[in-house]
Design a protein around this ligand. Structure first.
Ligand code: NAD
Ligand code: TYD
Length: 339
């Protein structure tokens, strides 16, 4: 079985590659990644020399390169993680989000059509459903919740999802889609809430909380997401969407306070800053379908997962310090100065 994993030098894709290589030693795993600012080859260093792993630097929008790779590898399964993934960057500059997240998805599926495939899997997000009110804890996103996006990022992901379903209906492409809540864990790029707060707290820098910090996200440990995708690509039904979530809703401010406490840092580091434009209030996933059909349940409790994550950032300072000392500094200045 040959599996092409796009975006495998990023946060979730790299965790997925580790999971797959560990669980299926007889599979061939081919990572296709452009190595944008978010892709980090050092993350894949531990598996680079594995005989059943191949890394290819390339853009999922590059039709010629993608078709050549399919010609060489004849993959059985494609899991498309490659995306521009940060909401704040999509507000700053939407174009590249439409390019990679929509047009790149088209190129990958066209290659699947041409060369034949057992399964094309699209890694999507709960953000395609828009947001839920804080005062209706009874409301959760199900797979039939209408798509109702807020940011250029979530709009590009929703557009891609629609295209994936269209390729299934029109061309009979064997597809599946998973829509997951917010992930956290090792190799999370330090522009996202949890790793940014850990890195800033360790450097005694202000912890920029948007608005009042009351926005709620449903956090899932990244390994649980990887296990869910593994189940969907092997056992999930074609043409179906599966929601993945941890039933672990938390307000941003509570996460930031928890990180302060865990690192022995004062809450006086917290700085309330201007809110994100169009900021989604609350995300919450109903994972009943994947539980009843495929038996998936999250295994890592947040209390354990966040401790493991903090420990990982303490033990792997070089990984994130290298990132924040480079080009990322310019982004940080633009995003947070005078905010
Ligand atoms: P990430 O930003 O950490 O990694 C993205 C990876 O894709 C990087 O390695 C980057 O180099 C690569 N990439 C970007 N553009 C590319 C292109 N044109 N061609 C090839 N490679 C390209 O993202 P992540 O957090 O790991 O998210 C992975 C996927 O999961 C995305 O599709 C995202 O929408 C989805 N998702 C993320 C979360 C989350 O909490 N992070 C939750 C649900 C869904
Ligand atoms: P983020 O990690 O960017 O994920 P998403 O927007 O895709 O859910 O942000 C998580 C939450 O944290 C979101 O409500 C925005 C908020 N946030 C801050 O308050 N401060 C920050 O510096 C960042 C990056 C995010």
């Amino acid at each position: 079985m040959t599996v092409i994993v796009t975006g495998g030098a990023g946060f979730i894709g790299s965790n997925f590659i580790f999971h797959m290589l560990g669980k299926y030693p007889d599979y061939r795993i081919v990572c296709l990644d452009k190595l944008t600012y978010a892709g980090n080859l050092s993350t894949l260093a531990p598996v680079m020399d594995e005989p059943n792993f191949r890394f290819v630097r390339g853009d999922i929008c590059d039709r010629e390169a993608v078709f050549k790779l399919f010609e060489e590898e004849k993959p059985d399964i494609v899991v498309n993680f490659a995306a521009e993934s940060h909401v704040d960057r999509s507000i700053e500059d939407p174009g590249v989000f439409l390019q990679t997240n929509i047009m790149g998805t088209q190129v990958m599926m066209d290659a699947c059509r041409k060369y034949g495939i057992r399964r094309y899997h699209q890694v999507s997000t709960d953000e395609v459903y828009g947001d839920l009110p804080l005062d209706r804890p009874d409301l959760l996103f199900t797979e039939t919740t209408p798509l109702h996006t807020s940011s250029p990022y979530s709009s590009s992901k929703a557009a891609a999802d629609l295209l994936v379903l269209a390729y299934h209906r029109t061309y009979g492409l064997p597809v599946s889609i998973s829509r997951c809540s917010n992930n956290y864990g090792p190799y999370h790029f330090p522009e996202k809430l949890i790793p940014l707060m850990i890195a800033n707290a360790l450097n005694d820098k202000p912890l920029p909380v948007y608005g009042q910090g009351l926005n709620v996200r449903d956090w899932l440990y990244v390994e649980d997401h990887c296990k869910a995708i593994d189940l969907v690509i092997h056992k999930g039904r074609e043409g179906e969407v599966y929601n993945i979530g941890g039933h672990n809703e938390m307000a941003n401010i509570d996460i930031v306070k928890l990180i302060c406490k865990a690192l022995g840092k004062p809450e006086s580091l917290i700085a309330y800053v201007a809110d994100r434009k169009g900021h989604d209030m609350r995300y919450a996933i109903d994972p009943t379908k994947i539980h009843t059909e495929l038996g998936w349940l999250p295994e890592t409790k947040f209390a354990d997962g966040i401790q493991k994550t903090i420990a990982w950032y303490l033990e792997n300072r070089t990984w994130w310090e290298t990132i924040i000392s480079g080009e990322y500094q310019n982004y940080y200045e633009r995003m947070y100065k005078d905010r």
